[in-house]
Ligand binder design. Structure first.
Ligand code: ADP
Ligand code: MG
Length: 262
């Protein structure tokens, strides 16, 4: 089981879209995927068609130690893709946990039993747009970080800040934390700024940046309002095909990593 955290402290860069559609694409190629919605906005839950009525138990109950994580898992319409939903109560977690012991390790501790059971081959965590306790819990629980990056003017600054956070987490909570990769999202080939930023990111971060680029595609933005991943909404569109390609790259990187470790 590999735990990947989808993180970027900026909002609107494609975290949730990537978590949903990479999760769907991984399930489509035969992986067993659990998506954990760790954003009080619950966009990943909504985008997967899991409405408020189905969110009786959520990640909040898990982090509060009131439920084992498996008791909160909801099946989605897609075989191979399950969800731990989120709701607005998650925004209170920082205060609720206060100075609780192991407050940064609540998610890591909760995932322990899952690692032993092997029901899932990938766990994806969708983070809120900030570096708060929820993101810290996600990074402390994860094996690797996957960063969606929108090619806009301040992208590199934001990325440096995120990399510093990853270093801090490595130095304190999770020395083994890796970077799975950086994916350029909402890419617009006709926009010269997109291209320029893309080039800069590749020259700074080299191989860390996936070859796959997610294009700006209206089908991708329409899909959540139908409670469907874009791969289910319109498999043929450019956005769906890009997420399938990204899933293959992620799987190849994982295979190479295992081969190196062996
Ligand atoms: P985040 O989770 O980082 O806040 P989202 O995944 O919610 O970002 O994306 C922000 C907005 O951009 C959403 O309305 C989403 O539908 C839209 N969006 C994301 N990726 C694409 C894309 N490839 N093409 C078009 N719209 C996109
Ligand atoms: Mg989001």
């Amino acid at each position: 089981m590999r735990v990947l955290v989808v993180a970027n402290q900026k909002g609107g860069v494609g975290k949730t879209t990537t978590a949903i559609n990479l999760g769907t694409a991984l399930a489509a190629v035969g992986e067993k995927v659990l998506l954990i919605d760790s954003d009080p906005q619950g966009n990943a839950s909504t985008g997967l068609g899991v409405g408020r009525a189905q969110r009786t138990t959520t990640l909040y109950d898990v982090l509060m130690g009131e439920k084992p994580i498996l008791d909160t898992v909801v099946k989605t319409a897609l075989p191979g893709l399950d969800l731990v939903p989120a709701d607005a109560d998650l925004s209170g977690i920082e205060l609720e946990l206060g100075q609780a012991p192991r407050r940064s390790f609540k998610l890591r501790d909760a995932l322990g039993p899952l690692r032993e059971r092997r029901d899932y081959t990938y766990v994806l965590i969708d983070c809120p747009p900030s570096l708060n306790l929820l993101t810290v819990n996600a990074m402390a629980a994860a094996d690797a970080v996957l960063v969606p990056l929108q090619c806009e003017f301040f992208a590199l600054e934001g990325l440096s800040q995120l990399m510093r956070t990853v270093d801090l987490v490595r130095g304190s909570l999770n020395p083994a934390l890796e970077i799975q990769g950086i994916v350029l999202t909402m890419y617009d080939r006709r926009n010269s700024l997109s291209e320029q930023v893309g080039r800069d990111v590749r020259s700074h971060f080299g191989e860390t940046v996936y070859d796959t680029v997610i294009p700006r595609n209206v089908r991708v933005s329409e899909a959540p309002s139908f409670g469907k991943p874009v791969l289910v909404y319109d498999l043929k569109c450019a956005g769906s095909q890009a997420y399938l390609k990204l899933a293959r790259e992620v799987v190849v990187r994982e295979r190479e990593r295992r081969a190196q470790a062996a």
